[in-house]
Design a protein. Sequence first.
Length: 248
Amino acid sequence: MIELINVHKQFGSRKVLNGVSIKIKQGETFVIMGQSGTGKTVTLRHISGLLDPDSGDVLIGGVKMNHASHRTKAKLRMRIGMVFQSGALINWMNVRDNISLPLREHRSCPPEEIDRIVDEKLKILQLEDAGEKMPADISGGMKKRASLARVLVQNPDIILYDEPTSGLDPVMSSLINELIIKTQKEYNVTSIVVTHDIQSAYYIADRIAMLYNGDVVQCDVPDKIKNTDNPVVRQFISGGLQGPIQVT
């Protein structure tokens, strides 16, 4: 479904991705974790086509995303939805208008059908009472749910989540986790989740990849990550100060 093959990316003198190779299966929830600055979000941007690698390839359904024509990239991006860490809602539009925006921009449905789809997504994501509210008037958890609703109206094959539980209380984090699982099952999407939340990763993931120094040091099912012998992964998941990961 999604494949990164020996992907390298450098910004100035700073090497961010150093030969990353990942295969993500159709319909799975794949979690990417690691320290800040190890290339997790940069990896998402390569998958979405917002960045091209310096070398290596990014394949979506066997089609090369990197250095593709504008037409090919646009077609591939229609299959991908992105749930941003902040929610990335448009401040001067209410929640309903934010959610309906992709449908109105692409003119893919008549107005009455757009209203029906938006009502359906508001209900699924427990936002029925928030539709007329402005982003400044809703909580962080509601912003993330509204961002997910905006993605779902497009019926994507792939959803990218950037730190979906960041800044949320434990109850709201649990709700977001349940929504990720529910979305995967009901819509049969492939979900790629970047997170620092270890417990969330264990709960939602089919597989977890750990990035360190710009490369994948382990990629495995949650139980094997929990019981890993890899010193980098073990130190990261335990939060220990002693080990190969240096605190700077």
